[in-house]
Design a protein around this ligand. Sequence first.
Ligand SMILES: [Zn+2]
Length: 228
Amino acid sequence: MTQTDIGIKTIQLTMANRNNPFYLTVLWDAQDIVLVDAGLPDQMELIRAAFQEAGIPFEKLTKILISHQDSDHIGSLPDLVQAFGDRVQVLAHETAVPYLAGALPLHKSKKLVRTPVKVDVALQDGDILPFAGGIRVVFTPGHTPDHTSFYHIPSKTLIAGDALRAQDGILQSYSPIYTSDQVTALQSIAKFQVLDLSKIIAYHGGECMDNLYDRLQAILDAGPVENE
Ligand SMILES: [Zn+2]
């Protein structure tokens, strides 16, 4: 990559879990390198290695966007914040802020986050972040109350977090056992249908490009699903 380009790349944290790697997304422009989500605790070195493999300078990271409060998305956030200090800003939906700050117990564990993190910029639905040519905030609660997706406008790529999953390049619904409010989760998925989509990236399962609108409609038509 060159620092003058605008870009987006999915990086895999494969060693985290060989059968079910995490797909983090990195976006960049001349000023900023933006990471979406932060793996499990103790994975900062894996993230660094994944940047290196992708040819992206980890030390130039300036922004971290958080999709939601689950431990496999915020686990290494405290280490990243500690390592980068003032050089990195944390951005998350305003609903996520009290969970990340340790003011509200996490939705799944019912415990306060182990290491609180201060969110520098609280986001709202529809905000356009001026990074990598423009990233739209799409508030998508349901999986958790704070779940938020990010739409990269130039590449027409939706970073869907855990609002959706993927399997072998085929878009799949959210994980029912890990999604507390399926009715709300489906309403959130319906918001994706009005986006101009070339690609969807699921944190669990990776990139999908085929039949995106057909798959979204099929997921909505299926409605709430029984636990697997
Ligand atoms: Zn999750």
